[in-house]
Design a binder for this molecule. Sequence first.
Ligand code: AMP
Length: 190
Amino acid sequence: MLNLVLFGPPGAGKGTQSQSLIEKYQLVHLSTGDILRSEIANGTELGLEAKKLMDQGLLVPDEVVIGMISNKLDANKDAKGFIFDGFPRTVAQAEALDMLLKSKGTAISGMIALEVNDEELQKRLLLRGKDSGRADDADPEIIKRRIKEYNDKTAPVAGFYKDQDKFYSINGIGNIESIFESICEVIAKF
Ligand code: AMP
């Protein structure tokens, strides 16, 4: 199985690259942000609770997202592999993911990090906010808080995969196709 963690700060291009990757490798795309937004759209209790945090640019609790991922893994038993996009975002989530995959007889193949500087991220997110309708993309203060959450809680997840020799880093600035090619070159090494 090919189980890829696509990593990087908000606005790094994880969603865009995931679209091309799922087609090429026929993987199931698991974006916790997308799953949470669909819970909000459906007006579920989980969605309403999560929205309060998401609108402030804060992470939702680990047990909530771990539960969502566990359900999705169970619902996709015949998958060729998964792209985890926006998950794991804390070391506790990474540990839980390892255990979930182990219980299914598989493991993470590798983490690919898209490197983009803070200034470029701010620009991209504000631009996305103009037509995505995402409240958390439209306000510079909320964007700053999301980047801070990333630096405080999510960046350490890279170390978790470095310790397992599964960490690969790629320049996330440039044209979308050449970034995609760089990702495919890394996948070829798994
Ligand atoms: P994203 O679409 O990945 O940018 O996620 C949007 C928002 O959803 C984040 O700012 C968090 O509030 C929440 N979220 C998404 N994934 C996670 C996660 N793995 N852990 C905690 N919160 C998350």
